[in-house]
Design a protein around this ligand. Structure first.
Ligand code: DER
Length: 234
């Protein structure tokens, strides 16, 4: 299909531009696009020395199914950095900010991205939007279950109309649990602004204070990290 072809060509380009068969450690994200990244890496290299760091059970299984060598994030030698981490995204704005978390693998994805010299986001044309939350409706946040009531009320205070704990009715009654046994909160906000939208705007958009619910992307990301103590990966 047109979408699968777009995913595959994005993956091939990403691998062509950012993968080197002499690498030692490569991060592998979660979702469907990443499968094409793995296929493209297989075509480029048969170097058995490379070890692949998964971002969850699905990512690890994809590495194993491709006959590549997984290494768990917490088995990496101390202080070693990944040469590159490839991952997908749900939406990307014109400043290359990303919405991630559609696949509920956010915590490990952030850990791996943080530990890589270079983070390569592989996203087809559907994800390419002028501002975040143009088509993807919510900001996914992975949290410790115990913190849910506090996080939900703090998000409402930031102007999110109806933050919710993600459930997967087809799979089970009650909330979805991630590979860390955490919750995913999905927080809707109006489309996020970029700095160039706000400078000297004078339209009542309070820079980063959620005036009329409008947030500049960096300010909101900072506030959400403060609320959830989430690993700050920028
Ligand atoms: O959960 C994520 O952030 C993933 O990267 C994911 O949403 C991308 O999924 P896709 O490649 O199947 O669109």
């Amino acid at each position: 299909s047109k979408i699968e072809e777009a995913k595959q060509s994005a993956a091939r380009k990403a691998v062509e531009d950012h993968f080197d068969p002499n690498f030692s450690y490569v991060g592998i994200g979660s979702g469907t696009t990443i499968i094409y990244v793995i296929e493209a890496i297989k075509e480029r290299s048969s170097n058995p020395q490379i070890q692949f760091v998964p971002t969850g059970y699905q990512s690890r299984q994809a590495i194993v199914d491709a006959g590549l060598k997984p290494i768990a994030f917490d088995s990496l030698p101390n202080d070693v950095l990944l040469d590159v981490a490839f991952d997908g995204a749900d939406e990307v704005d014109e400043d290359l900010n990303c919405i991630k978390g559609g696949g509920a693998c956010l915590f490990q994805e952030k850990l791996v991205a943080e530990r890589a010299r270079k983070f390569v986001c592989v996203a087809d044309y559907r994800k390419d939007q002028p501002r975040l939350l143009t088509t993807w409706p919510t900001i996914p946040i992975e949290i410790a279950p115990l913190s849910a009531p506090v996080v939900l009320s703090a998000l409402r205070a930031l102007g999110s109309p109806s933050p919710t704990i993600r459930s997967n009715k087809q799979a089970k009654a009650g909330p979805l649990k991630t590979d860390q046994d955490f919750f995913i909160v999905d927080a809707p906000f109006p489309p996020l602004l970029l700095p160039q939208d706000v400078t000297g705007s004078g339209d009542g958009t309070k820079f980063g204070e959620g005036g009329e619910g409008k947030w500049e992307v960096g300010s909101l990301a900072k506030r959400i990290k403060e609320i959830t103590g989430v690993l700050d990966v920028g």
